[in-house]
Structures are given as C-alpha cells and as structure tokens.
Design a binder for this molecule. Structure first.
Ligand code: GAP
Length: 512
C-alpha cells in the first residue's frame, strides 16, 4: 500500500466522523487528535476486545483504573525522570529538530527498500524460474547495499547501547543524511530531551509540587500491585490490566495517529516467580499474536521484531509489528522486565513490594512480563487493513471499510425504501426491537444506492431495506457489506443472523 492510499485513509477518517484534528478551528494542535461519532464506537470496540480477552478469558487477570497524576517520585523510581529521553539533532539551516535515531532508521529503511525493489524487478524479469534466495546471495548491487546497511546497523546498535550521542551524530555525517527541508548536512550536536509533560499541583508556602502527566499506564499497576494482590487474594502467577491515557512530548510527531502526544494504552503486567519469566514471556507472545490474527486481516500482516537494544532491566523484549500503509511498524511491545519496577519502588518508597509464596514458603519480589499496546495504533492498523476501493459494475467504485463485524461502529442500518406509506414506521419498529443488542442507524435520505455507499464507508456489515412487501409478510431485504449480496429474510430472523457475525463472544471464542 502506498503513501497515496494512506492519505486517502486519513481523509476518509475525517470525512466519515472517525478522527478529527484537535482544535481544528484554531488551526489544530500538532499530534493531538479527537475521535468522532464513528471513531469512538470503533475505539470502544477495540478496547472491549482487548479488555475481555484479558479479564474474561484469564481467571487470573484482573483490571484496575489508576489516576493519571501520580506522586512525582514514582517517575524517579521508574527511571523516566533520568532516562526517558530521545536523542535530538537540529539542522542549523532549516532550524528543524529531528530524532537522531529516526534519521538513521529511515536511512537504513531506504537501503532495504532499494534492495527489495531490485528483487522485485528481477522477479518480474525471470518469472517462474526466479530463485530469490540465490539472487540475494549473488547480485553485486544487493550485496553492496546489504553490507552498507549491516555496517550502519552495527554502529547504530552499539551507539545506542553505549548511549554514545557523538557516535550517533557521526553516523548521520558519515551516511551523508540530509535535512529533508533544507537539503543540507549542517547538523548540531545530538542532545537528550525528556519526553514527559509536567505541570504543577496545588500551592504550598514553598511553591507548588511539580507533577507529571503519566507517560505510560504501567506504573499505576506497579504501585497498586500489593493492593490488588491482597484485596483480590491473588496468587502468583497473576496479571493486572489497565486501559488509559498516556502523554509524551513526542518530537517526531507524524503519520497521523501513529505517534501522538496524548494517546491511550492497554497494558497488562503479569507477575511471575523469578526464573519462570521466559516461559511466560513465550506464552504471552503467542497469546497476543493470536489475539491480533483472530481479526482476520491475514497472518502475513504481522511479524515479531525482537529488540536489538535491551533496556538494562529487561531480559527479553519484542514488538508485534503490523504492516501499516507506510511499512511494518510497532503496534505492541511485550517485555520481560524482571523485578526492576517493583524493586525500585521498594527502594524509593521504603515499603515492601514482596509476595509471600505459600507453595515455596518464602517471600520474593515477583518478576514481570508486560504486554503494552497503543489503542490508537491498533485503531490505525484496523482502519488501514479494512480500507478498500472496490471497482463495481458500470464503471462505479465504492470506498468500503471491511471492518471485522465485532468492531464495526454500526452493526445494522435500517432503510425504508421510501419516506411514506408506513415504511418509516416499520423501519423504526425493527430498530426498536434490535437496539438493545446492536448499534443501529436509521437512514431515509437519498437513493438506496447512496445509502448503501454511506454505510459501506463506515463499515456497517448489514443493511436492511424495508419495502411494501415488508408490510404484508414481515420480510425485509438484507444486504451484506463485503459481497453486496442481498436476500429476503423474515424480520424475526434478523437478530440471529446479525448476532452470529457481530458478536464479541464469537470473536473471543476463536482465541479463548
Ligand atoms: N509500559 C511500556 C511502554 O509504554 P512503549 O513501547 O513505550 O512501552 C507501548 O509503548 C505502546 O504504546 C507502543 O507499542 C505503541 O502502540 C503505543 N505508543 C507509544 N508511544 C505512542 C505515541 N506517541 N502515540 C501513539 N501510541 C504510542
């Protein structure tokens, strides 16, 4: 999928009430977005799918909802005050600021792109007899590019592990990376920039207390670990799940809702016995991938990306990447964080964060496996994978969101063929019967064809048309979004037909 299609998806999201730029009438606020009437329904359905998959399908996972404001020392203990930084570099000519690591990553991605184009061209040229592996191993241009990429990659990983800002700058210079705006290589030094937003709380004689807007929801779980364990009589292994807002002062804020300054996370910390973390890490990797793939977009759209650079407290980390219109990108992180967070809170708060294990008859600080997914990125992946422009008979086309029915904002549209003869009343009667189970929409304006197009564009899986025959025999025409096929069905069968496909329960059953 190309950048062009991505632009179409962004404008589709606006045109049909999914996502609006925040503060638009004031020319917008960069990297902040609002969800509209359709967006909020889709977002809520994604959250429900995640929440239910955690707390319904796992007896030993419970949820919480902790506050956004927390004691500032929490962010010292978590390492965010000292180390939640991005390496930034300025171009002296354009006066624009960039993330040094992103500039280098984009440079490497461009080399990969070149290699892939070379392979694609050759595949076309040689047809069926093409041996891709052999071509990659022998083509001189590919070998040269792969060598260049690997060398930069090795330097990049080392510079990041050593926190060597000078070397990051040197890589940018050596690779002759230019500012996309000024086109020059007039770069400043690389500096660290903390991503947390801060504000002030209350007022004391000495001044107000500096507090942070949480950059992740996870710390709210860690500091409540014992509250939940004790009041819920939880036994290790167990998990705590949470959905909530997080805030980061992102410098490179691009690609629509992919990287935002205010966003939402769905995080789960799973507390385990030290020594058993790798087994649980593998289990959660599998569980989470299954959750993604159950949406039916195609297994080829997902891959794991194991981290080159492990945080000092982590002993394993991987990303679930999804093929966005602009390439494979991280949607979820799965991390084995050992006892780093709980032990650090023990040190900073002076309170014990230990669990007494009745089976082992001893106390310890549990290890943690974390699964952390961004709601907004998930939203973007779902919309991108669902967006189609179908060519229809007669030279027409339609923009359709082939959303998984369980996630669709509207499950059913009820359309009276005309606005009179009792058809609107019959349509309303159908909605009044179904509205307790499904989000329904009534639409009587324009031709039936136009109304179908509007429902296709917001991803409604079923349209029901009420006509004069409906008044006589209580049947309607049901039209299926993806196939556009239509059939005549009894009104009293509608609930069963719709429930079968749109039910969250059926989706959960495929992974539970
Ligand atoms: N507690 C671990 C943690 O926060 P992370 O990899 O920094 O880990 C987890 O973030 C997920 O949150 C990411 O995989 C991504 O989906 C989402 N996320 C992070 N920063 C984001 C941003 N600026 N905008 C939108 N989503 C973001």
């Amino acid at each position: 999928m190309s950048e062009d299609v991505f632009k179409k998806i962004v404008s589709h999201c606006k045109e049909y009430g999914f996502v609006f730029q925040s503060s638009e009438i004031y020319d917008g606020l960069s990297a902040v977005y609002d969800y509209g009437q359709m967006g909020v329904e889709l977002k809520n359905n994604i959250k429900k799918y995640w929440w239910d998959s955690m707390v319904l399908l796992h007896e030993n996972v419970v949820g919480i909802d902790s506050a956004i404001f927390m004691h500032p020392t929490i962010w010292k203990a978590s390492g965010h005050v000292d180390a939640f930084n991005d390496p930034l570099i300025d171009n002296k000519d354009s006066k624009k600021r960039y993330r040094a690591d992103v500039l280098i990553e984009e440079y490497m991605a461009k080399i990969d792109e070149k290699i892939n184009k070379e392979v694609e061209k050759a595949a076309k040229r040689f047809g069926e007899s093409f041996d891709e592996a052999m071509f990659r191993q022998t083509n001189p241009r590919i070998l040269e590019n792969a060598k260049k990429r690997d060398e930069v990659h090795a330097r990049f990983v080392k510079a990041q592990n050593d926190n060597d800002l000078e070397e990051l700058r040197q890589i940018i210079i050596d690779c002759e990376i230019v500012d996309p705006i000024s086109g020059t290589r007039n770069w400043t030094e690389v500096r660290q920039f903390n991503l947390m937003f801060s504000t002030e709380m209350g007022s004391t004689a000495d001044g107000a207390m500096k507090v942070y807007l949480r950059p992740e929801t996870a710390q709210g779980i860690f500091v409540n670990f014992l509250n939940v364990q004790k009041t819920g009589r939880m036994k290790i292994p167990f998990g705590i799940a949470q959905i909530g807002k997080a805030f980061r002062n992102e410098i490179v804020a691009r690609q629509f809702i992919f990287r935002m300054r205010e966003f939402e996370q769905m995080e789960m910390q799973f507390f385990v016995r030290p020594g058993e973390e790798m087994e649980w890490f593998a289990k959660w990797k599998e569980t989470r991938m299954k959750w993604h793939k159950a949406l039916g977009f195609g297994d080829h759209k997902y891959r794991f990306h194991d981290h080159d650079k492990l945080a000092h407290y982590a002993n394993a980390a991987t990303d679930v990447e999804f093929e966005m219109p602009f390439g494979f990108k991280e949607v979820e992180g799965i991390h084995s964080r050992k006892d780093f967070d709980l032990s650090s809170h023990e040190t900073y708060s002076g309170k014990k964060m230990q669990y007494f294990d009745p089976e082992l008859n001893k106390s310890y600080v549990p290890y943690v496996i974390e699964t952390s997914i961004g709601v907004d990125r998930m939203f973007l992946s779902v919309v991108s994978a669902s967006y189609y422009e179908d060519e229809l008979d007669g030279g027409e086309s339609r923009a359709v969101l082939k959303l998984p029915p369980a996630l669709a904002p509207i499950k059913l549209a009820v359309l009276p063929l005309i606005k009179k003869d009792g058809l609107p009343e019959k349509a309303r009667e159908i909605i009044d019967n179904l509205k307790f189970d499904f989000k329904c929409q009534y639409d009587e304006k324009d031709s039936i064809g136009k109304r179908y197009r509007r429902q296709d564009a917001i991803g409604t899986p079923y349209c029901v048309t009420v006509d004069h025959q409906s008044l006589e025999d209580n049947t309607v025409t049901i039209r299926y979004r993806d196939t556009m096929e239509q059939e005549r069905v009894a009104i009293d069968k509608l609930a069963d037909i719709i429930a079968d496909k749109v039910s969250m329960k059926n989706l959960l059953k495929t992974i539970g």
